[in-house]
Design a binder for this molecule. Structure first.
Ligand code: MG
Length: 266
């Protein structure tokens, strides 16, 4: 299933997306569900809307945290002039950095070098701590697409990454959460980032240094994961700058495309 969060009228609501590829010539629709699928059981209300008539928002607002993983692709570590870590390199992005598809990435005046980082994101489905590698699949709710937006100059000058990766709007997520992918499938997905239609990153999740189960085991060794928490699994090579006026898209095969415009705060 593809679980989206959307606004049609009133407050954000969850629904199950039905794409043309699933239903032949039928129009793309979203079947409305009641409740929050990350918090408990939901059921279909019977209402069905045209996908074109709703506005998708971030498929999840993590209730506690977004965990980022640095340098999890060897070629990206090399382009940063850095070693591949011997244990996963973890940082936090505040949940206030999350935005949805189509919402603007806002370049703050504090940076002069704003970068995209296309990534596969793992959405946690269960409260958990010290998850063994072999049990990792049990705590995964699904997968979505992320852009780990980074103020590259502040990342260098601050040392700590909280500000460089934590500004409001620096964590686009979407367009929906794909819950049908098996771990093995998630470990072999093409990832392409384009800026204004031009390909900038072209990678595959098979090239991660640390696997998704290894990442879940590592981050849950020090922090309790809650349903709706998100792990960004790192970016492949090809990072680069985005400026106001650009449109940046990240596509992960088997999930979808996350597109966001870039605007200036001032
Ligand atoms: Mg990243």
């Amino acid at each position: 299933m593809r679980i989206a969060r959307f606004v049609a009228h009133g407050d954000p609501t969850y629904g199950v997306v039905e794409l043309a590829e699933d239903q032949g010539e039928n129009p793309e629709t979203i079947a409305v569900v009641s409740g929050d699928p990350l918090a408990g059981a939901v059921h279909f209300t019977g209402e069905r809307l045209a996908l074109a008539d709703v506005r998708l928002v971030a498929p999840v607002i993590p209730r506690s945290k977004v965990l980022g993983i640095g340098r999890n692709y060897a070629e990206h570590a090399a382009e940063r002039g850095a070693e591949v870590p011997t244990t996963p390199l973890v940082f936090l992005k505040p949940n206030t950095s999350v935005i949805g598809p189509g919402e603007p990435i806002v370049r703050p005046p504090e940076t002069e070098n704003l970068h995209y980082e296309g990534e596969l994101a793992v959405v946690i489905g269960r409260i958990c701590r010290r998850v063994p590698i072999e049990r990792a699949a049990d705590v995964i709710f699904g997968y979505t697409v992320a852009n780990d937006v980074t103020a590259r100059d502040l990342q260098s000058s601050d040392g700590q990454w909280s500000r460089a990766k934590g500004f409001d709007s620096f964590c686009p997520l979407g367009p929906w959460i794909s819950t049908h992918l098996e771990l093995g499938e998630a470990a072999d997905l093409d990832l392409v980032t384009t800026v204004n239609g031009e390909v900038r990153q072209s990678g595959n999740t098979a090239d991660m240094v640390f696997s998704i189960p290894e990442l879940i085991a590592h981050v849950s060794s020090f922090t309790t994961l809650l349903p709706g928490d998100v792990i960004l699994t790192g970016t492949p090579a090809g990072i680069g700058e985005i400026v106001p006026g650009d449109s940046v898209s990240v596509t992960v095969s088997g999930i979808g495309t996350l597109t966001n415009p870039v605007v200036s705060e001032d």
